[in-house]
Write a protein that binds this ligand. Structure first.
Ligand SMILES: [Zn+2]
Length: 112
């Protein structure tokens, strides 16, 4: 399915500006028609997004601070258990905002 940037932003719940200012300059797959209108393939976008955002590699002792836009060290984390998920809450050493790190519980141990 092809989306306009506006439809895409509504679909994934982000600000339309984010598509133009962040995703497209960052290399989001899109095509332009002869009038310069942008359309984005939903499937291609999802693949691209997952590779660029969700799989952001963090060291074991790091969490991602959305304010500083970088990985920051986890200091004195609080461990929270929520059903099958567990996560760590810490505070960014740079800006003091709360950062959360989810633990990888889904990885199977017998995948060899
Ligand atoms: Zn921060």
């Amino acid at each position: 399915m092809l989306y306009t940037p506006k439809e895409l932003s509504e679909e994934i719940g982000i600000n339309l500006d984010q598509v133009y200012r962040v995703y497209i300059p960052a290399g989001c797959p899109h095509s332009k028609d002869h009038r310069g209108r942008i359309s984005i393939n939903g499937k291609e976008f999802k693949t691209w997004y997952e590779e660029n955002y969700k799989k952001r590699k963090l060291e074991k002792n790091q969490a991602y601070c959305v304010s500083c836009k970088q990985a920051v060290a986890i200091v004195n984390p609080e461990r929270i258990k929520d059903g099958k998920n567990s996560y760590l809450i810490s505070y960014c050493p740079h800006c003091g905002k709360k950062v959360t790190r989810f633990n990888d519980c889904k990885r199977k141990k017998n995948d060899q």
